[in-house]
Design a protein around this ligand. Structure first.
Ligand SMILES: C[S@@+](CC[C@H](N)C(=O)[O-])C[C@H]1O[C@@H](n2cnc3c(N)ncnc32)[C@H](O)[C@@H]1O
Length: 262
């Protein structure tokens, strides 16, 4: 993971194409559950601070924790954000110290269910009663869809990788190749993140499709539609309409699971 993120491509990822749709939809879903500003928010696995920045701009007090020093250094420069190196499985924060936990990163990098549950439980511990968590996972079928839309099935190594990912959730790019097919990660089925949230004690977890079938649009198409006010609203309306529909959740590249601490 450290080697992958040393490429330093993370900061701009959510500013273009499919990443832009991921950002717009994550923001609108998170804002439904955020308490009024100023709330205390911890952004666990917050990377270079793309979400921390807009949360701070809304007036929230944001602490970011991330495992990659390069990301922490970048996030620490954002006004209103504190950033520290740390591990989602063992946070330094006191019990019940935050109004909201955002965790968009660790769950797919933690390869065992025990480690993922440790991250969920730490989030539960630091959250105040009544507060919400919003946690991102990558869908089991994300690389399948990438292969389909970006014509990557022409590579036999990509086909082998996808077959394995669809089978057991472990996305394992071939080693020693410079394909930029991410790094060894775990891709969830929608119901798995709900079960993890329940096992950690969260109440009534709900999973949302972030991009939903919007993932089928090309990067240019996403940017064009989001730039046009009418088309933007039509696209977001359509994605909202089926954002919790179980039969199509898996087509989304990213899923957001929201749970409450009772
Ligand atoms: C793809 S980036 C996402 C960054 C940002 N949250 C976003 O949504 O754009 C995943 C991030 O999770 C962080 N991460 C992965 N495992 C972690 C862990 N166990 N503890 C803290 N951070 C972790 C990585 O360092 C990386 O910055």
């Amino acid at each position: 993971m450290q080697t992958y993120y040393e490429r330093d491509e993370e900061e701009g990822r959510l500013g273009v194409g499919a990443g832009l749709l991921e950002l717009v939809r994550t923001k609108e879903l998170v804002r439904r559950y955020l308490p009024p500003a100023p709330a205390s928010v911890v952004d666990v696995g917050g990377g270079a601070g793309v979400h921390a920045r807009w949360l701070a701009e809304l007036g929230h007090r944001v602490d970011l924790v991330d495992a990659v020093p390069l990301h922490v250094a970048k996030a620490a420069e954002i006004p209103g954000v504190t950033a520290v190196l740390g591990d989602a499985r063992k946070l330094d924060a006191a019990d019940e110290s935050y109004d909201f936990v955002l965790m968009c990163g660790p769950l797919y990098h933690l390869l065992t269910v025990e480690d993922r549950l440790a991250a969920w439980r730490e989030a539960y511990r630091v959250l105040k009663p009544g507060g919400h968590i919003a946690a991102a996972t990558i869908s089991r079928f994300s690389s399948f869809h990438d292969g389909l839309y970006r014509n990557l099935f022409q590579h036999s190594e990509f086909r082998d990788m996808v077959e394995s990912t669809v089978g057991d959730g472990h996305h394992r790019p071939p080693e020693g190749r410079d394909y930029n097919w991410f790094t060894h990660t775990y891709f969830h089925r929608p119901e798995e993140s709900v079960q993890e949230a329940l096992d950690a004690g969260f109440v009534a977890p709900q999973v949302f499709a972030i991009e939903g079938p919007g993932r089928a649009l090309s990067d240019d198409e996403v940017e064009a539609r989001l730039a046009d006010p009418a088309q933007r609203e039509q696209l977001l309306w359509a994605l909202r309409l089926i954002e919790t529909e179980p039969s199509v959740l898996g087509v989304s590249s990213h899923l957001l699971t929201v749970g409450r601490k009772g």
